[in-house]
Design a protein around this ligand. Structure first.
Ligand code: UDX
Length: 448
């Protein structure tokens, strides 16, 4: 519990409690942050919900969440009925005095608890800065009568193409590019109101750390700087830790299938299309089929991660595999961070979850973007229209379009340009985390 500062002098280790939103895209960056703090002398208490705890134990085995004296796991009830919870709740009896609480931008109840207890605390926003800036303007969308939408016809009558020229730092954006959660007609819509209210907690933070980097989101970060407490971009966090340390983190909610790494190693440079829709979204059977046939018809090698709950039904039919002629591999979950670093990966079909986008940038991989909800639509806009590393697949998925875009990115002129841009962003990403502003900023966290 204590560290030696100099000969004979013992000091208490600082103790950070880390409170992520219980979802894969939040657990991963929070775990990186915790591991970083731990390696700089902090004692960590990492908080899961009981439900996630049981899932982590299932995917990683008991060793995954074994607490040590200085890295402790705790969990709390999440209100799900007991039948959904296999593991036991785990609350360490007592521990060293808490000196820092790191709350996720959408676990703001943590901030209120820390304030009440007088514990220093910081906000950690795991999605894009553009996502945060958008959510912060949700009250204005309401005040201007834009959201909720007046009726369903507004989803298809061209209204979403309207320019939004009143958000500083996002001057060319349209309603369609803002977070998809605004596409509701219900004033009581749970997601819309949740993200609107949670994002506002940024105003109460003592400091905000964001998993992004200065050059990538400069305009947005500059616009936010005048309105919010001090903001420190610290990404891409997937590049922060040495490989062995990142690989040993216990945060996979699904069991990883390592076969794909060997398979990728056997393929030629930039010859594989990697497809993964993240941890949350589900596909309809129809959309799944269009992606599947679009992919096969492109005649490219592909690695497709199909979570057990991605689509209803029993997966890909025999004819699909016959048509694929040995060019494809399907697994249920992979180490995406590592996949996107493989030389054989030439393109990434993604839902544009922020971690996925950043990991693609870190690996220099161009993206075919099919955003579904939350700020994925906003991330897609930036990847395609601002950073030059993405092309968008239409909302209603058609196999011909998938095939055309896959071939264009893998073999066409557009693909070449995207790869060039992606390589430039990759270099910037590595530079900032090694010795640039993200490196400086993450070290500020040690001083809070
Ligand atoms: C959710 C929201 O949908 C998204 O809009 C928001 O930005 C973050 O939370 P999610 O579906 O979890 O996104 O996607 P993403 O942000 O990309 O995070 C998924 C994480 O899981 C990534 O770090 C990715 O590397 C990891 N992952 C995913 C794997 O390691 N293996 C997989 O097979 C799939």
């Amino acid at each position: 519990r204590s560290m030696k500062r100099s000969e004979g002098e013992e000091v208490e280790r600082p103790h950070a409690v880390c409170l992520p939103m219980p979802a894969q895209g939040h657990l991963n960056p929070m775990m990186v942050l915790s591991t970083f703090l731990h390696s700089h002398g902090f004692t960590i208490t990492f908080i899961h919900t009981d439900f996630d705890r049981s899932r982590l134990l299932r995917s990683g085995g008991p060793a995954a969440l074994r607490s040590t004296e200085t890295f402790r796991y705790a969990s709390f009830p999440d209100g799900l009925p007991p039948s959904d919870i296999e593991g036991n709740r785990h609350t360490p009896a007592s521990g060293p005095k808490v000196t820092l609480l790191v709350w996720d931008g959408i676990t703001s109840f943590g901030r209120r608890a820390a304030e009440a207890l007088g514990i220093p605390n910081v906000m950690f926003w795991t999605a894009s800065a553009a996502g945060l800036l958008s959510y912060l303007h949700f009250p204005e969308l309401v005040a201007r009568g834009i959201a909720p939408l007046k009726d369903e016809s507004y989803l298809s009558n061209g209204y979403l193409e309207s320019r939004v020229d009143w958000i500083p730092g996002m001057k060319d954006i349209t309603l369609r590019d803002l977070p998809g959660v605004l596409r509701t007609t219900d004033p009581d819509d749970i997601m819309f109101n949740f993200v609107k209210d949670e994002a506002m907690s940024a105003h109460e933070a003592s400091a905000i750390f964001i998993n992004t980097f200065d050059e990538l989101e400069l305009e947005v970060l500059t616009a936010m700087a005048s309105k919010l407490p001090p903001i420190h971009p610290i990404g891409p966090l997937s590049l922060l830790l040495p490989n062995h340390q990142a690989a040993s983190m216990a945060s996979n909610l699904w069991k990883e299938d390592g076969r794909c790494m060997e398979w990728l190693d056997q393929r030629e440079a930039e010859s594989v299309v990697y497809v993964n829709f993240g941890s949350v979204i589900n596909l309809t059977v129809e959309t799944f089929k269009e992606f599947a046939w679009g992919l096969v018809d492109s005649k490219q090698y592909f690695l497709w991660v199909i979570r057990p709950d991605l689509v209803p039904g029993s997966g890909l039919p025999e004819e699909f595999w016959e048509a694929a002629r040995g060019r494809g591999l399907v697994v249920e979950w992979c180490s995406q961070r590592e996949v996107l670093m493989k030389a054989s990966v030439g393109a990434f079909v993604t839902h544009c979850g922020w971690n996925s986008v950043l990991e693609a940038i870190a690996g220099g991989v161009p993206m075919l973007c099919w955003p579904a909800f939350a700020e994925q639509t906003t991330n897609c806009y930036y990847a395609c229209k601002k950073w030059g590393v993405g092309v968008e697949i239409g909302e209603v998925v058609r196999r011909e379009e998938v095939t055309r875009l896959v071939v264009e990115v893998m073999e066409g002129e557009k693909g070449k340009e995207m790869k060039k841009k992606a390589a430039q962003w990759k270099e910037k990403a590595h530079r900032t985390i090694k010795a640039g502003s993200s490196f400086t900023n993450i070290n500020r966290l040690l001083l809070v």
